[in-house]
Design a protein around this ligand. Sequence first.
Ligand code: BT5
Length: 314
Amino acid sequence: MQGTRRAVLDAIAAGPISGPVLARELEVSRAAVWKHVETLREVGFEIGSGEEGYVLDSVPEYGGPAIEFGLEAPFEIEFHDSLPSTNARARDLAASGESDVVVLADAQTGGRGRLDREWNSPSGGVWLSALVRPRLPPAHAPLYTLAAAVATTRAVRATGVDAGLKWPNDVLVRGRGSGRERKLAGILTEMRGEADRIAWMVVGIGLNANVDSGDLPADATSLREAVGDVPRRDLVQRILREFEALRTDPDSILPAWREHALTLGRRVRVETARGESVGRAVDVAFPGGLVLETANGRTTVSVGDCEHLRPAAE
Ligand code: BT5
């Protein structure tokens, strides 16, 4: 949101405040204040004007300005009703030099998972991509995938859903009783690295929020299915706040991941480009590899598709 407009909104939210006082405080003309108020109303903020001045009556349910308002993370939000892929859009923004922008869409028509797999993205989900430029060597990029998965898990758990992490990039909802775990969210990280430093990184998060599970693959689930529809503005703000807290304190990422891990302690099969490894997952190691105890000893896999072979209880 444009700087003065944001200041107008913050002042009204803390109000009531009159137009002339607002103009004086922000050192702009009264006409400028009025114009910003009109623009805010157009994007859905209900601003009343009583005797004591402007008051904020309500905030729009979703969308860029709604999420930027009260967001405790330094991201600009670019919202679209529909896009082919928020990751693709964020890559374009990277190419034009932008940073710290979050692209958010209500629906995607060409959402992608890893290895160019299709990602179902019906209207009502949270499809977002954060464009960041961390001062890290390219080899440390997996940390950000884990951080995004932790941030998503924390935000989801705050809605009352018993979610946990499957290495490397999935958020699962635990099955009730002997029920299977089902995928609620996935992360797709893309980047361009220079020799010793990441140039840009796009961290894509796909979270099945207010969508019917019938519109998703068979082994997927949604928040709607688990707890009913949730306010997506709160959800996105929470994800971004948690992501920000983790990226500014990188040492906290692996411990936070372990805390919510469903993979650790389980027998797993990991398929990598070089073949498959089967063993017991015992830890996650910097910058994000999975440590396995296999028949041939300990090994660490850094990328791959992981399958949980038995329920945790066994
Ligand atoms: C992922 O890939 O889990 C990463 C998904 C990232 C999606 C976000 S949405 C915002 C941003 N923009 C994009 O275009 N992408 C990112 P992977 O681990 O490869 O899992 C893909 C597999 O999950 C597919 O092959 C399906 O089997 C399954 N799948 C597809 N859509 C799903 C959904 N909505 N929920 C759960 N599983 C799904």
